[in-house]
Design a protein around this ligand. Structure first.
Ligand code: FAD
Length: 289
């Protein structure tokens, strides 16, 4: 089902998985998706070669399996840096042949050897998809704390407006650790004529190392309250990861209480994260038991 249609009817709840890297079997991602399906998400998204890791070939097979074997709506990510129009058209044909109707249209992270071919920005890809695949529901990325490369907030909102005008149906946010950043961003969107539904993306931190990497790659700031949780968790990786899940659940409950269009959990192939998020949102009445 088209995600745009779901968002028009209800507040959504969704998960994300990534194709295994290198030679790891596809089955691991499919098994994780299968376990997450038990929480009845509105969709499960599948990343595309995130960070230039080269695992994009498995995005369509995994998205197809989510639709076909689990009966859950799949959202296939697609990046355009380094791709030609023919590459994109081939990807979309295989998606459509697999019954997947949803794409998250992205530029992709810059990486050596990944130069623009036919597309410079995500809005170019969105425009192309709108023209060539009118049946697709198209999502796009947004950044509550601004995109790392962006020279100013104004430039970021101009880019977002372009995505909207090119034909994006909705936005999914980059992770953030302070909900106030999201609420401020949402208000600013309205001021900058960006009217698309905004799905808030939440990723539990799992360790000091992981959160530092996130801060540098995504430009997400780490609030003092998160640093304190990590200090209290000490050196035990399991305790750090549990602190991250608890903090993410608090974020989700607060967002639910503040009337979001949708909540997306960066569940990182870990069903335990998905189940904890689901339980927190049932507990606060955002989801039905
Ligand atoms: P763009 O919208 O093109 O923006 C990139 C930069 O260019 C921004 O600074 C923007 O302000 C600027 N810009 C945009 N349009 C214009 C314009 N017309 N003129 C001048 N400047 C402009 N990466 C992956 O590799 N695989 C994934 O699966 C993946 N999934 C993601 C999912 C989500 C929800 C998010 C938030 C990010 C994801 N990413 C993924 C990361 C994403 O590819 C990077 O953040 C990338 O750096 C920017 O992508 P974008 O689509 O926002 O690009």
């Amino acid at each position: 089902m088209r995600i745009a249609d779901k968002l028009a009817r209800k507040q959504t709840f969704s998960f994300e998985i990534f194709p295994p890297k290198g030679d790891l079997p596809l089955e691991t991602a499919k098994r994780a998706a299968g376990e997450m399906a038990a929480d009845a998400p509105d969709w499960i998204s599948v990343t595309y070669s995130a960070g230039g890791s080269g695992n994009s070939a498995n995005t369509v097979p995994i998205a197809a399996a989510i639709e076909r074997d689990l009966g859950v709506t799949a959202l296939a990510h697609l990046t355009c840096l380094g791709s030609s129009k023919a590459d994109v058209d081939a990807f979309v044909s295989s998606l459509e042949a697999s019954g997947v109707e949803n794409v998250l249209a992205l530029r992709g992270d810059r990486a050596p050897g990944r130069e623009a071919v036919d597309f410079t920005h995500a809005s170019d890809l969105i425009e192309h998809l709108r023209e060539t695949a009118p049946g697709l529901s198209i999502g796009a990325a947004c950044y509550p704390e601004g995109h790392v490369e962006s020279p100013s907030d104004e430039a970021d909102f101009a880019a977002l407006y372009k995505k909207q005008e090119a034909g994006a149906d909705y936005l999914v946010s980059q992770l953030f650790f302070d909900n106030e950043d999201f609420y401020r961003f949402r208000e600013s969107c309205a001021r900058h004529r960006v009217k698309l539904p905004i799905v808030a993306g939440i990723m539990p931190f799992t360790s000091v190392k992981q959160i530092q990497r996130m801060a540098f790659t995504c430009g997400a700031s780490i609030p003092a309250k998160v640093v304190k949780r990590l200090v209290l968790a000490g050196d035990d990786p399991a305790v750090q990861a549990q602190a991250g899940i608890e903090y993410a659940c608090e974020q989700l409950r607060d967002l639910a209480a503040n009337g979001v269009d949708g909540l997306h959990v960066y569940s990182m192939n870990k069903p335990a994260i998905a189940h904890a998020a689901h339980a927190a949102l049932v507990d606060c009445g955002y989801l039905e038991a």
